[in-house]
Design a protein around this ligand. Sequence first.
Ligand code: NAD
Ligand code: UDX
Length: 520
Amino acid sequence: HSVIKKICCIGAGYVASTFTSPTSPPSCPKNPDVEVTIVDLSERRIQAWQSDDLPIHEPDLLEVVQSARDAIIEGRKPNLFFSTNVDQAIKEADCIFVSVNTPTKTIGRGQGRQSEMSYVEAAIRKIAEVAEDDKIIVEKSTVPVRTAERMREILAANCRPGVSFEILSNPEFLAEGTAIKNLLTPDRIIIGSLNTAAGLSAAESLVDIYATWVPRNRIITMNLWSSELAKLAANCILAQRISSINALSAICEVTGADIAEVSYACGLDSRIGPKMLGASVGFGGSCLKKDILSLAYIAESLHLPQVADYWRSINDINEYQKDRFSRRIVECLHHSLTNKRIAILGFAFKKDTGDVRESAAISIVNDLVSEGGSIAIYDPKAPDENIWYELESTSPDIKLLHERVTIYRSAHEACVGAHAVVIVTEWDEFSNKTKAKPLPAVDATTPPRTPLATVAPQEGYIESKETKPVAGRVDWAHVATVMRKPMYIFDGRNVIDEVKLEAMGFRVEGIGKAGTVRVS
Ligand code: NAD
Ligand code: UDX
């Protein structure tokens, strides 16, 4: 099989950060001759990648990019480049990754349900137009099953005579906030190819690139269609776990069961495991919702309506969870937010990312504005322009939105004069729990002795004896002096130790914990 020397990645978004890994430690010394060029149509994005103000916030990403930039100083050959010259990068590459966005369609047939494939198609047409020799093309974007077949048709109809392409599927499984960890130590790398000599040979060429830093037994090769479908399937199963636990949280709120304990008890079953069972205000992010919509649409197109309904119900529970949370806030505050100020802590869809796409915060803020509230938002990383973009694109009244919503630079400022604080993102700085060693591994023969009250509500946390505020975190004792009474905290992530804050006079309303009102 051929040796890949030059890689081009089309699309310099979140997934592009994956391509920093062949060029960064620990893989770089083993990949000295591999060159990676990441290209995008957006000049602004490429400039940001070339600066210290990267277009995305990810822990450790800047260090990885900087280590690639330091190549010359350290006597290594530079091998990571960012460019807007898409044609040149395609021409020079042996292997082209298509990592462009595949959002849900917003116009035409399938609007709001089907994947928008026009960015992928544009990238494929560009490759067909400019490629002068044979290329391996890799689907990195999340795409509907059998997309490679459509790509093949477009390539065959538009390429130069004598040029041939092999298409592989190599889906990306990184989760935002842990991207660098995921790419340096992935659970698995999936490479799908056609079961032909040329397909298998192309897959082996890609295996060689990953094998420089990923253990060989974690690199799995398979049939092209299985690989395409496995990506959608994994995201839908992850979302299904969250919706299952969130559906249970509604039962907990009216029965006195505590969702943290229910989740913990279920997660100890080694067949279930503890991950992705954290009850929340609802999942967000650019992937889960759209991938469920895409899988459901595929099922519908294949005349499998029951299958489509099953997957869609996961998104339905998510919408219900967000709406239930907004209604709980309004009901606790006596059914009126007029002249009331609500602090929203966190706008990103999860901690350790500035990404606000599909964040639960969007619908919650819009709901609270339409109930007459004044909203004070604080998020440590989400850019203001992205917060405004998401709110404006979904608001029924943009003028009212701007009158009622303000973005603050600190949690303490946002809380001044607030009637309620709403925690939407689980940023460490909002928690009053001490992050401690994960719970010890459970041995089935010796049941855990931990008293129930200290059972971790989230993986990795244990009850803290700490009474002083932790540096860099919200000082809740201070917040108590600046809020209006009664002081409500709506904890959409269960990051608050309610016993401690209730002792300070707060009323804490957590997800999946019995509350002041019953919201169905
Ligand atoms: P993104 O929106 O952050 O970035 C996509 C980039 O592609 C944009 O910068 C855009 O300008 C560029 N682009 C679009 N069309 C182009 C073209 N024809 N030529 C050159 N550049 C073009 O998207 P993302 O979050 O990186 O996601 C990319 C794909 O990966 C999607 O299919 C997504 O579902 C999938 N994915 C995303 C994640 C994630 O965590 N974000 C994880 C796994 C998979
Ligand atoms: C997801 C997949 O995890 C990843 O493998 C895929 O490549 C892209 O889509 P991402 O959307 O970045 O990654 O984050 P993820 O950690 O899956 O969280 C998604 C949403 O679910 C977030 O809003 C998060 O806060 C929420 N969540 C997560 C919960 O509500 N409870 C949990 O237990 C875990």
